[in-house]
Design a binder for this molecule. Structure first.
Ligand code: CTP
Length: 216
């Protein structure tokens, strides 16, 4: 299967870590499994895949180039440095905020309680999806929701400016598990994938990407 040969695809995966001080951080829950499986499925179809990954306990998939990052700002810088690309897929669970200042020395607990100021992180997906020059042809986001999954994902797709959004219901045991149920939502269709292996979701998404790029 080499129908994606010559296509460059950037995938973000895993959580980001936002340092409070040398021993503490803020983060989001993410095993990285779904993003890694997507990167692997695309590489198996011949794509040149760059996986920009936050800290996870997973080996780099065969045939994929991995760039390891820690914070959201590092993740955005790594993605921008890897452009141009035909496709960008944001699977990472990016921390929404970071401490305004990472302290060089371990902070006193009492000081943190009263003075931990947070600032918003850059939105990597939105930044790439709304680029004036060099926007990838296909930009895909993920929406992990616990309620009103499809409705929130539809709104998120428009807010972020991405072409497709993959919505998944994380109200059960999806986080860290090997299965997922998802919807692929675009401007003209909504496809439901009932609960199945994350590898199968990755394979179906790779197939849709292949078809979309061939149609361009
Ligand atoms: N995302 C991103 N950069 C951020 C936040 C999110 O690239 N700073 C991407 C994620 O990788 C995912 C999509 O945006 O593809 C949606 O992430 P989610 O956390 O569900 O969205 P938020 O914008 O944080 O919205 P919410 O208010 O629902 O948390």
């Amino acid at each position: 299967m080499t129908r994606l040969a010559g296509k460059r695809i950037i995938v973000t995966a895993g959580p980001t870590l936002e340092a409070i001080d040398p021993v503490r951080f803020l983060s989001n829950r993410s095993s990285g499994k779904q993003g890694y499986l997507i990167a692997e499925a695309l590489a198996q179809r011949g794509a040149d895949v760059c996986l920009v990954s936050g800290p996870v306990c997973l080996p780099c998939p065969f045939g994929v180039t991995r760039i390891e990052v820690e914070s959201a700002r590092d993740m955005l810088a790594a993605v921008e440095a890897e452009l141009p690309a035909d496709v960008f897929i944001a699977v990472a669970a990016v921390a929404d905020w970071r401490p305004a200042q990472a302290r060089a020395r371990k902070a006193e607990k009492s000081a943190l309680e009263t003075s931990l100021h947070l600032v918003e992180n850059p939105d990597i997906l939105r930044t790439i999806a709304t680029r004036q020059a060099g926007r990838p042809d296909l930009v895909i986001g993920f929406a992990a929701e616990t309620h009103d999954v499809a409705g929130r994902a539809r709104a998120k797709r428009l807010r972020k400016g991405c072409d497709w959004i993959i919505a998944n219901d994380v109200s059960g045991d999806v986080m860290g598990g090997d299965e997922n149920a998802a919807w692929l939502i675009s401007d003209h269709e909504e496809i439901a994938w009932s609960r199945t292996q994350k590898a199968e979701i990755a394979a179906r998404l790779a197939g849709r990407i292949e078809a979309a790029l061939c149609a361009l």
